[in-house]
Design a protein around this ligand. Structure first.
Ligand code: ATP
Length: 384
C-alpha cells in the first residue's frame, strides 16, 4: 500500500499542507524544527490513531486551533480510498472513509499500516516495561484491528477495578462493611480474567511469531552477529505453566487474582494481569552462551541494533501476513554510522513506499534515492 496524497489542516505546525506522494522512496529534507516529522507523524496517526511522539492528542492540533484534520488517499491493490480523521482533543475524534462517516473513529485503525523507525525507538529497549507492552499491543492492533476494542476494554476494566480495590481496601481498614464492594469486585475479577486472557493469549502468540524475525533482523543490522544472538521472551506476572489457550488462561488469571486478594486490597491496585507483564529482550553470543538482558547490559550500539531489529521484524511479520506496510524512517540515519546506514537502506529499499526525514540530504543513503521535498518556512516543495 502507499499514500498517494496527504492533506493537513491545523495539524501541528501546518495551517494547511498538500503533498503528492507516490510508491518508492520520498525524502523530506529541511533544517531542524521545520515540520518534517509532523508530515510523517500525520500518516502514522491515520494508521493507529496515536502518535509515536506523544501520548495525548492535544499537541497534534495547531496551537490556537480547535481541531486538526488529516486526510490521505491510500492505494491498496490498485484501489484508492480516501481516509480522513478529525482530531478533537478532549472530545471524540471523527473518521470518514470516502467521505462516509464511520460509526467510531477506531474503525479506521488498520486501513493504512505503518512501521515507524525513529530515535524514540531506543525506549523500546531502554524504557519501562510499559513501553514494550505498548509495542506489542500496537503491533497486535495493526495485525488484527478488532483487538483495539479488547485493548481499550481491558484498560477500562482495570481502571474500574482499581478504584473498587481502593474503596474495598479503605472500608476494610476502617472496619466498615465491605461486603458490597467485595461482591462487586467478584464481577470485575471475571471481566479482568476474561478480557485479560484474550490479550494475554494474543501477546504470547505474537511474541512466538515475532521471535524468528527479530533474530534474523538483528543478524542483519548488528555487525558480526548471528541469528541466535537476539531473543525475546514474554514474561507474565505469574507462572502460566505453559498455558497459552484463552479458556485455560482465564481460569489461571481468576485463580491468581483470588490468591492475591489480600495484597490487592492492601495496595489498592490490580497486581495480576497483562498490564503487569514484561517482554524480556536478551542478547547472547551463540546458542550455548549465557544470555544477558538488553536493558542495563547492552552497549549503546547493541541497544540501537536491537531496537532497529524489533521494527524490521514488525515490518517482516506484517509483510508475511500479506501486506506491505508503509515504512517511515524518521530522523534515523543521523544516528547510524555509514555502514549501518547502507545496510538499513538496502533492507528497506524494496518496500512499496518508504518515507524518510532528514535534516541533511547527505545523510540519506544513495540506495534510497527517490523523490525529495524541501521542508521549510511552513512550505513543502518538491525538488526537481
Ligand atoms: N501543536 C503545534 N502547534 C504549532 N506548532 C507546533 C505544534 N506542534 C509542534 N509544532 C512545531 O513544529 C516544529 C517541529 O516540527 P517537526 O518535529 O516536524 O520538526 P522536524 O523538521 O522533524 O525537526 P528535526 O529535524 O529537529 O526533527 C516545532 O517548531 C514545533 O514548535
Amino acid at each position: 500500500m502507499y499514500v498517494a496524497h496527504l492533506t493537513l489542516h491545523d495539524f501541528r505546525s501546518y495551517a494547511t499542507a498538500d503533498v503528492e506522494l507516490g510508491p518508492g522512496v520520498t525524502a523530506f529534507i529541511g533544517r531542524n524544527g521545520q515540520g518534517k516529522t509532523n508530515l510523517v507523524e500525520a500518516i502514522d496517526y491515520l494508521s493507529r490513531l496515536a502518535s509515536h511522539r506523544v501520548s495525548g492528542d492535544g499537541p497534534l492540533v495547531r496551537s490556537g486551533a480547535e481541531q486538526a484534520v488529516v486526510r490521505a488517499a491510500v492505494v491498496r491493490d490498485g484501489r484508492t480510498a480516501v481516509l480522513e480523521v478529525e482530531i478533537n482533543p478532549g472530545r471524540s475524534n471523527r473518521a470518514r472513509v470516502n467521505r462516509s462517516p464511520l460509526p467510531r473513529a477506531r474503525e479506521l485503525v488498520g486501513l493504512v499500516r505503518t512501521v515507524v523507525f525513529s530515535p524514540e525507538d531506543l525506549t523500546l529497549v531502554k524504557g519501562d516495561p510499559s513501553d514494550r507492552r505498548k509495542f506489542l499491543d500496537d503491533l497486535l492492533v495493526l495485525r488484527t484491528p478488532r483487538l483495539a476494542g479488547v485493548r481499550s476494554d481491558y484498560d477500562r476494566i482495570l481502571k474500574q477495578r482499581n478504584s473498587l480495590l481502593k474503596t474495598a481496601g479503605a472500608a476494610r481498614r476502617g472496619s466498615s462493611s465491605q461486603e458490597g464492594a467485595l461482591s462487586t469486585l467478584g464481577v470485575w475479577d471475571d471481566h479482568l480474567s476474561r478480557v485479560g486472557a484474550e490479550l494475554l493469549a494474543e501477546r504470547i502468540a505474537l511474541v512466538e511469531a515475532l521471535r524468528p524475525y527479530v533474530g534474523k533482523a538483528y543478524e542483519t543490522v548488528a555487525r558480526g552477529a548471528s541469528r541466535d544472538d537476539a531473543d525475546l521472551e514474554y514474561r507474565p506476572s505469574f507462572d502460566l505453566e505453559g498455558r497459552t489457550g484463552r479458556e485455560e488462561l482465564t481460569e489461571a488469571l481468576l485463580a491468581e487474582v483470588e490468591r492475591r486478594r489480600k495484597d490487592e486490597l492492601d495496595r489498592g491496585i490490580s497486581l495480576v494481569g497483562p498490564h503487569r507483564d514484561e517482554l524480556l529482550l536478551s542478547l547472547g553470543h551463540g546458542p550455548d552462551q549465557d544470555r544477558l538482558p538488553v536493558k542495563g547490559y547492552a552497549s549503546h550500539g547493541e541497544s540501537w541494533s536491537f531496537a532497529l531489529a524489533m521494527r524490521l521484524a514488525s515490518y517482516d511479520l506484517l509483510r508475511a501476513d500479506g501486506d506491505d506496510p508503509i515504512l517511515i524512517l524518521d530522523d534515523v540515519f543521523a544516528e547510524l554510522d555509514t555502514e549501518r546506514r547502507a545496510q538499513l537502506a538496502e533492507l528497506v529499499a524494496g518496500a512499496e513506499q518508504v518515507l524518510v526525514t532528514a535534516a541533511v540530504g547527505a545523510d540519506v543513503p544513495e540506495a534510497l534515492a527517490g523523490v525529495r521535498y524541501a521542508v521549510g518556512g511552513g512550505e513543502v516543495v518538491r525538488e526537481q
